[in-house]
Design a protein around this ligand. Sequence first.
Ligand SMILES: Nc1ncnc2c1ncn2[C@@H]1O[C@H](COP(=O)(O)OP(=O)(O)OP(=O)(O)O)[C@@H](O)[C@H]1O
Length: 325
Amino acid sequence: MLRLEHVSKNFGKAGVFEVTLELAPGEIMAVLGASGSGKTTLLNLVAGLLKPDTGRIFLGPEEVTHHPPEQRGLAYVFQDHALWPHLSALEHLLLVMKKPNREAAHHLLERVGLAGLDARKPHQLSGGQKQRVALARALAAKPRLLLLDEPYSALDPVLREELRLEVASLLRAEHVSALHVTHDPDEALAVADRVAVMEGGRIVQVDTPTQVYTQPQTLSAARAFGRLNLLPVQVQNGWVQLNGLAWAVEGLQSGSGLLAFRYEDLRPEPEGFPAKVLAVYGGRGERLCRVNLGIGEAVVKLQAEPGEEVRLSPTGRLRVFETNR
Ligand SMILES: Nc1ncnc2c1ncn2[C@@H]1O[C@H](COP(=O)(O)OP(=O)(O)OP(=O)(O)O)[C@@H](O)[C@H]1O
């Protein structure tokens, strides 16, 4: 559906962007990465708002590298809603529909939670409502590809969850592909078939959300999903010492690195290494403990009480990343 072949853009001192990427028809891909990693640049290049220095962009079989945005058959929802001040919510949709249909436009507004607001103009809508008009307009155009840049950032958590599932189901029903930039790992897990992690203008990993969560290939990929402990360690021939016990690790084989593990990657085990529970948090229906592991403090999903001495063991191989990555 979408193919980028060595698409590059040189921003001089701000760095070089270079990406090769493929998106299947109907696929929803989340784009995660730290601020400044190149997520918006990727969308701008695909949309035609930015010209690449080298490389080629295809939509389906057609090369669109030099096509202006309006000839690319895609829709985008960026953070500034770009609504027309003189048009009502309904008129925004009618204007972009190939066959304008008031009934269908009305129904779409209802599906994004704007029932009864058909006649409102942008200045009569809240920020979150404007964002939803922009989303409904993008969907009304029936694009082959939808580009989303933090589309739910102005919404409260309940509405955000409702809407992201509703939009994902609309996209799947219409078989529309989407590139979805987000900072929110829950959003990527909820809607994306695959996740692309960006770092320094490049894609460092493309995989299913579960694979990126459990097998991150770089430190930035590990960070993208949160729920992460990072402890400085010394690795010797693939082993680290944790409170007097040696554990095999993967990744860095020797030298200083960062031991990276999720809250659920350690579990109680009589043969494990000793740790002391410092504090207990009640997060989202689960119990999280801050523990002292001897080499530093970490958060672990654990049923324990403050002050308790526990023994912990990794559920799988722990990973160490080079400190400078
Ligand atoms: N037109 C431009 N001219 C010069 N540098 C640019 C331009 N556009 C982007 N950059 C630089 O390219 C890098 C990537 O920017 P981009 O906006 O794509 O990041 P991002 O991942 O979307 O960040 P954020 O999450 O903060 O929105 C940054 O270092 C930015 O300063």
